[in-house]
Structure formats: C-alpha cells, structure tokens
Design a protein around this ligand. Structure first.
Ligand code: SF4
Length: 190
C-alpha cells in the first residue's frame, strides 16, 4: 500500500466499485461475482475472513453461507447487530474448489483490504482464521488466538474462522466467547 495513500479522497463505495470489476489476479476468471466488504462504513468492529465461498460468490455478499450463519449466531449471542459491523475478506473472489488463496493472489488483492481498514478505521479488527492472521500480523496464529495484538497503531484480535468451527461444538463455544469478549471491550471503551 502506498504510504502516500490519502483516505480523504477515497471511499468504501469506491473500493466496492473497483472490486466488482477487478481483474488484477487469476481469481477473476473463476468468479461469478466479486465480493466487496459490506457493513457500517464507520464501524467500531471489522471482521476479516479469508475468501468468499460458493454462496458468497453467488450472492456477491460476504459471510452469507454456512460460515456466515456461525458468525451471525456469535454476533447474536454477543448482542452485536450485524449492520453495525463491517465484514470483509482478504481476497474478494472465490478461489476454485475453495482452496486457500495463493500468495500472489493475496498480494494483488491486499490494497483493497488495507483501504477498507483505513477508511472504516475500526477500534478492533477481528481476524477470522489463519489466512487473515498471517496476512496482516507477524507471529504465530496459535499464540495470538483469542488475544489482542497492537500493530501499526491498531488493535487486532485473532480467532478461528467460522467455517473451521462449524462441526466442533467446543471450538464454536470458544469462537462465541471470543466475540463476546470483543463486545465487552468495546462497551468498556464507550
Ligand atoms: S481476488 Fe482481488 S485482486 Fe484478484 S481479481 Fe478478485 S478483487 Fe481483484
């Protein structure tokens, strides 16, 4: 990301428009729709996942498939309105067969998520899973999970990707309690 980036001449709408027609990497060849982030453009809490899945690719919206249901359930348990947060992914187009995005694809797409972070300017960025963590933070996912890390003057919290906890009740409860703990932190800062 260009260090001369000026957020005042950019907007979330503009990022979304660019994402919808982007052909910067090979993932554009496989998609039905690119999936820009969505939500409150001045949200206190931003979620960043890995990549759109099949349902997201069809509907052009992030986290609306089975992983989205897990996230919605956790938000409801924490008393967080989905419309009050911002939700996005590291790459905005679905990788074929839901494989992990490759390094060059992540590199091509990075400018969008960096602009989203700077434009929304959330109090907490919640990284969902290893790909989001390893892209935006140094260090080990395992050591950072369920913890806050300050990086570049911003507060990051790392937890599981909702898709990873779907079939594991224990991990799903950890995921829910992580989201509740973020809500507590945000309330204590209000
Ligand atoms: S994944 Fe990102 S960089 Fe690649 S085509 Fe989609 S929007 Fe563009």
């Amino acid at each position: 990301m260009d260090s001369l980036y000026d957020a005042s001449s950019d907007s979330i709408c503009r990022v979304a428009e660019e994402v919808r027609v982007c052909k910067r990497c090979r993932l554009s060849e496989y998609r039905s729709n690119a999936v820009p982030g969505e939500g409150a453009d001045s949200a206190k809490l931003m979620f960043i996942g890995e990549a759109p899945g099949r349902t997201e690719d069809m509907l052009a919206r992030p986290f609306v498939g089975s992983a989205g249901k897990v996230l919605d359930h956790a938000l409801a348990r924490a008393g967080i309105d989905r419309a009050s947060v911002y939700i996005t992914n590291i790459v905005k187009c679905r990788p074929p067969m839901n494989r992990r995005p490759r390094r060059d694809e992540i590199h091509s797409c990075m400018q969008y998520v960096m602009r989203e972070i700077m434009l929304v300017d959330p109090k907490v960025v919640c990284l969902l899973g290893r790909t989001a963590h390893d892209t935006l933070l140094h260090g080990s996912f395992r050591e950072h999970r369920s913890r806050y890390v300050k990086h570049g003057g911003r507060l990051f919290f790392t937890t599981y990707h909702p898709a990873y906890v779907i079939y594991n009740n224990k991990l799903r409860e950890i995921f829910v309690s992580d989201i509740i703990s973020i809500k507590m932190l945000l309330m204590s800062n209000d």
